[in-house]
Write a protein that binds this ligand. Structure first.
Ligand code: 3EB
Length: 353
């Protein structure tokens, strides 16, 4: 396969613990909404941010840390909050519309922007990415490890172009000018998901020390997709691995039923799910081969998030994923549109060891 040379990012061989001596740890977990108030008042718990999924915004009196609101519904009876916390005290703030916190190794943030008649999706995407990349670099957190992108009507065509493709253009242009070119950084692992809300919301995790990008041998790197998926190919990597003194973490990007660059099993949820899980297994094997220890199997991961286009498939997905991940991986389901019209689901994972 002609891509095989680009699968291992060039610094894989050089990437080792020696280059990442930070002692900071990040924890990411899902907790029931009911436990949230306790968390905000617990001493010694250094919350970086909480992510609330759904239309209703979260009440968090006394919370100093930012709450990122994502406008997609959870499926299931027991809604959870996603909590990002640190092993050390963080400081919080806002800058140019970004709510952020930083702990000396990680800077996490979120920005939400509304489209207007004069500032359409491509413009606001480009602007949001320019603000983010400029901000993280100005603070010395030069490496975007993981980014989540949420915006409405992702599959709707506007002026002859699907909005996901328009989004890809805004993102690519911003990355080219301010991030990749100046600093030679890699693309972060990402997810791009449709909402029924109003905002373009981008959440991110950046670090002071670099991560290692991992591509998937079964898939063409998204940044090398042919132009039929958009004039500007999607600026993300399949996974990023980041290590520090006490801890390793693996962020797996939104993964779907794509082999090479093509969608497989159109209109067949069961097969798309199987292909997606095959992609995740293959990525984990490949990651292990290039030296990312600790995440050799799906059950060694910590969290999984499943975006499902049609809620009726959730019970089936739940049973298959239970077998795939085992009982220890915390899993949540969200109802959302996926960035290609023919994709019925997307799965993203986080491993922390
Ligand atoms: C894919 O593999 C499916 O544009 O940021 C997955 C994860 C997908 C992230 C993005 C898109 C993105 O191409 C779609």
């Amino acid at each position: 396969m002609s891509e095989s040379r680009s699968i291992v990012s060039p610094d894989a061989a050089r990437y080792s613990k020696k280059h990442a001596l930070s002692t900071r740890q990040i924890d990411i977990t899902y907790i029931p909404v009911d436990s949230f108030t306790e968390l905000t008042t617990q001493p010694g718990n250094f919350v970086l941010a909480a992510i609330s999924y759904g239309a209703k915004s979260l009440e968090a009196k006394n919370a100093k840390f930012p709450i990122f609101q994502v406008e997609i519904e959870q499926i299931g009876e027991r809604p959870v909050i996603e909590v990002w916390s640190s092993s050390s005290q963080a400081c919080y703030g806002t800058h140019n519309g970004i709510s952020y916190s930083q702990d000396g190794e990680f800077l996490v943030g979120s920005i939400s922007t509304l489209e207007t008649s004069s500032s359409k999706l491509e413009t606001i995407t480009k602007k949001a990415y320019e603000i983010i990349t400029k901000f993280v670099m100005s603070r010395g957190y030069n490496h975007l490890l993981r980014v989540w992108n949420y915006f409405p009507s992702i599959n709707v065509e506007e002026n002859g172009l699907e909005r996901y493709k328009t989004f890809c253009t805004g993102r690519a242009v911003a990355f080219r000018s301010k991030y990749i070119k100046d600093k030679q950084q890699h693309f972060p692992a990402a997810s791009a998901v449709g909402t029924k809300g109003n905002y373009l919301t981008i959440c991110f995790i950046a670090s002071k020390t670099p991560g290692l990008n991992i591509e998937n041998p079964r898939q063409i790197s998204a940044y090398n997709y042919p132009p039929k998926y958009g004039a500007q190919s999607p600026s993300f990597s399949r996974a990023s691995y980041h290590t520090s003194f006490h801890e390793d973490r693996l962020f797996i990007a939104g993964t779907a039923s794509i082999v090479g660059h093509e969608t497989k099993h159109v209109r067949n949820f069961e097969k798309q799910l199987g292909e997606t899980l095959n992609n995740i297994s293959t990525l984990l094997k490949h990651a292990k081969k290039i030296g990312c220890t600790g995440f050799g199997s799906p059950s060694s991961l910590s969290l999984a998030k499943i975006y499902i286009r049609d809620k009726r498939n959730v019970d089936f997905a739940h049973s298959i994923l239970g077998k795939f991940f085992g009982l220890k991986v915390k899993t949540i389901f969200l109802q959302a549109d996926i960035c290609r019209r023919d994709l019925l689901l997307e799965v993203e994972c986080i491993g922390i060891k």
